[in-house]
Design a protein around this ligand. Structure first.
Ligand code: C5P
Length: 239
């Protein structure tokens, strides 16, 4: 896959208009745009439908609820025309399997492609201390691998994880078909913000990540297009 298709730009902005302007500015240079909780809460499903008509959208709402509710939410995400959406793997296999099956059935019946369904493992802003606070004593890498295996066994297409765990995920899930999407990516010119387990883009790809989710290093740059070009330069030195 060419490097330009591997970057997913997080549209973490305050208004639909600001998001539209980021899309206009970067549409020819990225693989997809990510709509997360902030933008979805302000701009809603109509905005997602509008952008998804012309661009690949990763709907990052991290569903985590009873199986029925997650499946129904997934069906609506598919009807909006998104390319990818996600749910917390910590919701367990029944939740993930029900969603995969029910979304698949509706997509077949209504005649559109099923979106890629991705499991969130452990957020890149979490560290071992965060896990201990909620009673998880195993290390991050072990917990991420376990959740990735569970997601794969439940029929999901891949997981979201820190670049630091990509190698462990590849080792436990086997093969390269299972997608690994990595936020927590910081180009050399950017600050770390609240992300704790970060890696540079070229290293993340060398580890075996399929897609890199990047927000603030691009959004906050004085020239977003230039920031993106600098990231591609960093990536291309990986070849
Ligand atoms: O600005 P930054 O590059 O840190 O943005 C990362 C994006 O990836 C945010 O939209 C955040 O919600 C998302 N994300 C994350 N960690 C995950 C899953 C998604 O940081 N495990």
């Amino acid at each position: 896959m060419e490097s330009a298709r591997r970057i997913i730009v997080a549209l973490d902005v305050e208004t639909a208009d600001e998001a539209r302007s980021v899309v206009r500015e970067l549409k020819d240079e990225v693989g997809a745009f990510k709509v997360g909780l902030q933008l979805f809460t302000v701009a809603g499903p109509e905005f997602v439908r509008e952008i998804a008509a012309d661009h690949r959208i990763f709907l990052d709402l991290k569903f985590h609820d009873i199986p029925h509710t997650v499946a129904k939410a997934g069906i609506e995400a598919a009807r909006l025309g998104v390319w990818m959406f996600n749910m917390h793997a910590m919701g367990g296999s029944e939740m993930m399997q029900t969603a995969v099956n029910e979304v698949g059935e509706v997509c077949d019946k209504e005649g559109f492609d099923r979106p890629l369904i991705i499991g969130v493992t452990i957020l890149t802003s979490s560290d071992a201390n965060t896990l201990r606070q909620i009673g998880i004593e195993t290390g991050i890498a072990t917990q991420v691998s376990r959740l990735a295996q569970l997601a794969k066994g439940s029929g999901l297409d891949g997981v979201v994880a820190s670049p630091m765990e990509v190698a462990a995920i590849r080792a436990t899930t086997g093969g390269s078909e299972f997608l690994v999407v990595t936020p927590g990516v910081r180009p050399e010119f950017a600050t770390v913000d609240d992300q704790k387990r970060v890696m540079a883009p070229r290293e993340a790809l060398l580890e075996g990540a399929d897609y890199l989710v990047i927000g603030r290093p691009i959004l906050n740059a004085p020239d977003r297009s230039l920031a993106l070009r600098r990231i591609y330069e960093e990536i291309d030195t990986a070849r």
